[in-house]
Design a protein around this ligand. Structure first.
Ligand SMILES: [Zn+2]
Length: 246
């Protein structure tokens, strides 16, 4: 399994950057985790946007910086369906909040199904399961497993102890590292710091840690150094265009 980093910034992208978007690829499976602003343009480099090349989209939660480009991606799917090249795109999403959830459908372009805590689903040969995280909106961490390899994506979350179990022995942990511990301030209840990401990786004995979900003004070298104080394994900073083998 590979993960293509299509975007890694929140809550808005810097110049030439993109919001959260991570394409998992294995054999014929291509599953997109989150679809922030600018992700569709980058997705076009690894997927044919108009046909059924993209297997599914999984939205960790419904903050607009994590799903806004899905509203554009469905137009590409519409054009593909009109040309007879595509079928409705499978989308897994939280059902709340209702206003944001109501924005997702467009004609019959999307086959939207709810994410259910601790449920398991097979998508094109990759097995996924989910656990609820601690965030303002209902949000989920995502675990993807195929051929003995495991990737976990934290989505957005404050620290919670059960994430350690969920991430246990993952080959790759894609973890939000939104800021340095000293800048955490009022964000304690909704996001992980770089130090938290490292602590999670160490406690869960993961093999490789990929840090992501950076604020545009973050000092990325300092973000990596802070994670390094907690985690002794390999640490990679997410960047658009990067492809990582799980
Ligand atoms: Zn976010």
């Amino acid at each position: 399994m590979k993960v293509h980093i299509l975007g890694c910034y929140a809550p808005y992208p810097p110049v030439n950057g993109a919001g959260p978007g991570y394409l998992l690829e294995h054999a014929t499976a291509k599953v997109l985790l989150d679809c922030g602003s600018g992700v569709v343009s980058n997705l076009g480099q690894v997927c044919d946007l108009q046909n059924s090349d993209l297997s599914a989209v999984i939205l960790s939660h419904l903050h607009s910086d994590h799903f806004c480009d899905l509203l554009v991606l469905r137009y590409a799917r519409f054009m593909g369906m009109r040309a007879g090249q595509a079928s409705p795109l499978l989308v897994l999403s939280p059902e709340q909040p209702p206003l944001e959830r109501s924005l997702l459908p467009f004609l019959n372009t999307l086959d939207i199904r709810p994410i259910i805590h601790e449920n398991t689903i097979d998508i094109a040969g990759i097995r996924f399961d989910f656990t609820r995280t601690k965030h303002i909106y209902p949000a989920y961490a995502v675990r993807a497993m195929v051929e003995g390899k495991t990737l976990v994506y934290t989505g957005d979350t404050a620290w919670q102890d059960n994430l350690v179990d969920f991430c246990q022995n993952a080959d790759l942990l894609l973890a939000e590292a939104s800021f340095l511990e000293k800048n955490k301030g009022a964000n304690t209840a909704e996001h992980l710091s770089a130090g938290d990401a490292g602590r999670l990786a160490q406690a869960a004995h993961v093999k490789k840690l990929v840090l992501t979900h950076f604020w545009p003004a973050d000092d990325l070298m300092a973000i990596r150094e802070e994670a390094r104080t907690q985690f002794s394994g390999e640490i990679i900073l997410a960047a658009s265009g990067l492809t990582i083998e799980v």
